[in-house]
Design a protein around this ligand. Structure first.
Ligand SMILES: [Zn+2]
Length: 78
């Protein structure tokens, strides 16, 4: 398969960022900044990942901005 940047969906980018950050979690605002998308896009992408049951939502301290907020985490670490 020929790798093309546009084939990487936002969901895949978000998933990769979450796994990269693990075991630390980032709130959606910080995660969106990391991936380079809007917070809304990051939340939409999270919904896709949650439906696939690869990821879940947890209430944690964001390690970037230290706010307690909903964060996306890999299902295995939930
Ligand atoms: Zn944050």
């Amino acid at each position: 398969m020929i790798w093309r940047a546009h084939m990487v969906t936002t969901a895949e980018q978000v998933a990769r960022a979450v796994l990269q950050n693990s075991p630390y979690a980032r709130c959606f605002a910080c995660l969106a900044t990391q991936v380079g998308v809007s917070e809304k896009d990051a939340r939409d992408a999270a919904q896709v990942l949650i439906v696939r049951q690869d990821f879940g939502i947890s209430r944690r301290v964001c390690y970037t901005c230290t706010r307690v907020d909903d964060v996306l985490i890999a299902a295995k670490s939930a």
